[in-house]
Design a protein around this ligand. Structure first.
Ligand SMILES: C[S@@+](CC[C@H](N)C(=O)[O-])C[C@H]1O[C@@H](n2cnc3c(N)ncnc32)[C@H](O)[C@@H]1O
Ligand code: SF4
Length: 448
């Protein structure tokens, strides 16, 4: 067990970590934090650990509550495996190695890879970004296995699955997780296919975490995702909780649910249901039935920006907003800079929302794919805006996407080809309006 991590830090350290977690973890927080700090190579990691340590050891803080509840309610095997894989393999040692390799290669080595085991799905949610994929492609087990193997050789230990519905490929995902016990596998799922047998096997694999999609309370979720979906998500959460697995939520916000999903009531409900983290995605008009009127207005996006900071400051759940948190990631992380997307046909795309590619992973090694012209065009221009509240080359700086696609001669990967210039033109007015709002918010943030 933990063969890779033992090679990195020695058997004694791994024994120390697992002992702290197994015996009275609540009183071992300080020791765990000190150990992580000693292991950290990068100065920014040491600073982040020191800051997290302060919050975690304060027994009145919501972070302490989240940490203790997670430790108590998680299956011991899952708790140990995820701590070692995520903190040691993927972050403390993975990240410095990725930067070191990037220096040698001349292009970025990402921290995470998102892939779609299938583009088929059992639901048909309004505006789904995957709606214009052909719905007939699967990545074979052998191909996913090769991607992870080659990724681990590049010190990438964090793999996310999306789609389509990844759990249409349950058996292959479980097999992959078991064959790669040093990595973390994070599955975005609509939750409808989670059952006891699967949860039991995931607890046995111990290196799988879930983000279940939910778009508000029952009426809002079922409006976008189909009648009965909310009830199935609640059931999925109960099952995962029963087996001691870790799960978060994935919520898309749009014109009609912003106030609801940013409310205390919604977040409290998710905390009560055992969700430990959550991803917020603003609706992006790229999928079938793409609809500019469905997008959150700039005022609504600014409201979520403000609310997410309040939620993080008060609630025992870790919530991140893929667009509104650009200030913590130095802007857009896509195009291989810190992450990228492989769709179910194998096309190597900069991001789940950007359906253009120059290479297919079936024709190339992962290392070569990372140096493809579209990724280089991205990396040359990142950050796409000095204001990190305007990070995205699609919705915030649409002409940047056009420049990247033109320069790299990338092709559209959807069934109905999407001309980059037309797409950019349709988003220009939104980008300008958001730009005004974001610039005044950015001034405020910097002044603070
Ligand atoms: C495409 S789904 C695939 C995984 C799985 N079927 C699910 O529903 O979670 C991944 C996430 O992207 C979100 N999403 C889909 N289309 C989107 C769009 N156009 N803009 C923003 N988020 C979107 C979904 O709501 C979901 O939370
Ligand atoms: S959001 Fe997920 S569940 Fe809904 S249609 Fe898209 S892939 Fe399927």
């Amino acid at each position: 067990m933990f063969e890779y991590a033992k090679k990195l830090v020695g058997e004694a350290v791994i024994t120390e970590v697992t002992n702290y977690l197994a015996k009275d973890p609540e009183n071992n927080i300080e020791k765990l934090v000190n150990l992580a700090s000693k292991l950290a190579i990068r100065q920014n990691h040491k600073e982040q650990i020191a800051s997290a340590g302060k919050h975690l050891s304060n027994r009145d803080s919501h972070w302490h509550k989240l940490f203790v509840r997670t430790l108590k309610e998680t299956h011991p095997k899952v708790r140990e495996r995820l701590t070692v894989n995520f903190i040691i393999n993927s972050v403390l040692f993975g990240i410095p190695k990725q930067y070191e390799l990037a220096e040698k290669l001349g292009y970025a080595v990402p921290w995470a890879i998102l892939m779609d085991p299938t583009d088929r799905c059992n639901l048909r949610c309004k505006g789904c970004w995957a709606g214009e994929y052909p719905k007939k492609n699967d990545l074979t087990f052998e191909l996913m296995d090769r991607i992870v193997k080659e990724g681990e050789e590049l010190s990438i230990f964090f793999y996310l699955f999306s789609g389509g519905e990844p759990l249409l490929r349950k058996d292959d995902i479980l097999k992959l997780a078991k064959e790669h016990p040093d990595s973390v596998f994070h599955i975005f799922t609509n939750g409808t296919l989670i059952d006891e047998k699967f949860a039991e096997e995931c607890a046995d694999a111990a290196n799988i975490v879930f983000a279940i999609s939910i778009d508000g309370f029952e009426e809002s979720t079922d409006m976008r995702r189909g009648k009965g979906t909310f009830a199935k998500v609640m059931r999925a959460a109960d099952i995962l909780h029963q087996y001691g697995l870790i799960y978060g939520f994935s919520t898309t916000y749009h014109r009609h649910n912003v106030e609801e999903i940013a409310s205390d009531e919604y977040i409290d409900m998710l905390v009560d249901k055992g969700f430990r983290f959550g991803w917020l995605f603003t609706y992006v008009p790229v999928g079938s039935e793409s609809d500019l009127e469905f997008m959150a207005t700039p005022e609504q996006r600014a409201y979520v920006w403000k609310r997410i900071r309040e939620i993080r400051a008060t609630k025992p759940i870790l919530v991140a907003d893929f667009w509104n948190d650009g200030e913590f990631t130095g802007g857009c992380i896509a195009g291989g800079r810190r992450y990228f997307h492989i769709n179910a046909a194998g096309d190597v795309e900069p991001c789940a929302f950007i359906h253009y590619a120059c290479v297919n992973i079936k024709d190339t090694s992962l290392k070569e794919a990372l140096g493809n012209p579209l990724f280089l065009a991205y990396q040359k221009r990142q950050p796409f805006n000095e204001n990190h509240l305007r990070p995205c080359p699609l919705i915030d700086n649409p002409q940047e996407l056009v420049a990247c696609v033109k320069e790299s001669k990338a092709r559209c990967t959807q069934t109905v080809s999407l001309d980059a210039e037309k797409l950019a033109d349709s988003l220009e007015a939104y980008a300008v309006e958001w730009g005004r709002k974001a610039d005044s918010n950015w001034e405020e943030t910097r002044a603070r």
